[in-house]
Design a protein around this ligand. Structure first.
Ligand SMILES: [Fe+2]
Ligand SMILES: [Fe+2]
Length: 192
């Protein structure tokens, strides 16, 4: 089941401020466009894009608690940067907020920060859309936008993921163990 747009948007508006909602709407629209270019389920991508930051405004302490209560893995990096948990906790909370929602949507939300064991096409589409939605003005976002439909989806995702990694290094941030594991799977050609 996919919730209808208006219901999902109204629910999101009770959780995020106007900037967060505007970003989410742009991600939803971008995800639908990328999905169409690759023959991926664009309605699932649109709703996952809309709901991907469901827990973005939840305080770090609360995210840590929610992750622990739900038995989600909490690494040292998550403990240091609890914001990273907004994807995993968000996925669980969206499943509860919209009973019966497609697991493909829940999965894409869970995978939008550092990927997942196996990236589905919808997961990749939402990850890319979050990075290149029209509100992102960096040069790499423009280059990635131009590549939509011209390179395979896995290549578009790999380029996007590489950008995220470079950004973490350039800004001297911690790299989550799931991120290095994801990168190793990507370049090893595993599980895409
Ligand atoms: Fe996010
Ligand atoms: Fe986002």
């Amino acid at each position: 089941m996919l919730p209808d747009w208006d219901t999902a948007l109204a629910a999101l508006g009770r959780r995020l401020g106007p900037k967060g909602v505007a970003h989410s709407v742009r991600v939803a629209e971008t995800a639908a466009q990328i999905a169409s270019a690759y023959g991926v389920d664009s309605e699932a991508a649109r709703i996952a894009g809309l709901l991907h930051d469901w827990c973005k405004d939840v305080a770090g302490e609360e995210l840590l608690q929610a992750a622990e209560t739900r038995g989600l893995p909490v690494t040292d990096v998550d403990a240091a940067v609890p914001y990273l948990l907004h994807s995993a906790v968000g996925a669980e909370e969206v499943r509860e907020a919209f009973p019966g929602i497609d697991e493909s949507v829940v999965q894409a939300i869970a995978a939008h920060t550092y990927g997942s064991e196996c990236m589905s096409p919808v997961d990749m589409v939402v990850y890319v859309a979050d990075t290149i939605e029209p509100g992102r003005s960096h040069t790499s976002a423009r280059e990635l936008r131009e590549a939509i439909g011209k390179v395979p989806l896995t290549e578009l995702f790999t380029r996007t993921y590489a950008e995220s990694l470079r950004h973490l290094i350039d800004t001297r941030r911690r790299i989550h163990p799931n991120t290095t594991a994801m990168w190793n799977r990507l370049v090893g050609g595993e599980c895409l």
